[in-house]
Design a protein around this ligand. Structure first.
Ligand code: 5GP
Length: 234
């Protein structure tokens, strides 16, 4: 039977994994490693996006690239499980993509943002959700700087969007702090592949989110940076 955007995924075979994280936390590296090492079990759900293709991206592998009009038409036809506007562009998961992965006998891994998970949560009742956190906001900022691909303004926008995502972190089941990539990977693998409980559950995760939000509000380096950016905008 064809699935509609209202279908609830409640059965064992409807299992999906959802991994979210503020941009710059290293989720893509972790997820790619997981789906490469466990290709027989897990496959990354390829999202639709209306953002321009980046160098090094391959159509149908990283994303299905499309136009904003086509994306809106897909929403209207009920083809999307969830979608969100992230940094001014549409991103979304199609129901057909989940079905494609299931037909292959694998479990889909959704790398979506927090808005997307808050939409899909009620439908994906058999999902395991994981939120990856940076050890500190300062470390997140340094990672964004290290990527060296974006202007100060864009990085600042990403940092502020990280704040919003962390404010909504309470909707996840498990939390992983990406202090060292191998450790974070082992934890992700334990939850997704070995079906283990994570070491940081919702209560611990919420406390970690609160600590990070405190850093946002109180860290002197952030106040200084914010003043510098305001000065530049004048
Ligand atoms: P990027 O442009 O860097 O590839 O992705 C930007 C953000 O969009 C990331 O936070 C990523 O998790 C999110 N994203 C990617 N695909 C989807 C999707 O299908 N749905 C939602 N809600 N977010 C997505």
């Amino acid at each position: 039977m064809a699935q509609s955007a209202d279908t609830k995924y409640t059965k064992t075979e409807d299992r999906v994994f959802v991994v979210s994280a503020p941009s710059g936390t290293g989720k893509t590296t972790l997820n790619r490693r997981l789906v490469t090492e466990h290709a027989d079990k897990i496959q990354m759900s390829v999202s639709f996006t209306a953002r321009p293709m980046r160098p090094g991206e391959t159509e149908g592998v990283h994303y299905h690239h499309t136009t904003a009009d086509d994306f809106k038409a897909r929403i209207a036809k009920g083809e999307m499980l969830e979608y969100a506007e992230v940094f001014g562009n549409f991103y979304g998961t199609s129901l057909a993509e989940l079905e494609r992965i299931r037909r292959l006998g694998r479990t889909p891994l959704l790398e979506i943002d927090v808005q997307g998970w808050s939409q899909a949560k009620a439908k994906l009742t058999n999902a395991v959700s994981i939120f990856i956190l940076p050890p500190s906001i300062e470390s997140l900022w340094k990672r964004l700087e290290k990527r060296g691909t974006e202007t100060l303004e864009v990085r600042w926008r990403r940092l502020n969007s990280a704040r919003k995502e962390i404010q909504n972190g309470h909707i996840y089941e498990w939390f992983i702090v990406n202090r060292a990539v191998d450790e974070a990977y082992n934890e992700l693998e334990a939850i997704i592949i070995n079906g283990k409980k994570g070491s940081l559950g919702n209560t611990e995760g919420k406390a970690l989110c609160a600590e990070l939000l405190k850093e946002f509000d109180e860290a002197p380096w952030l106040k200084k940076l914010s003043a510098e950016i305001a000065e530049k905008k004048k």
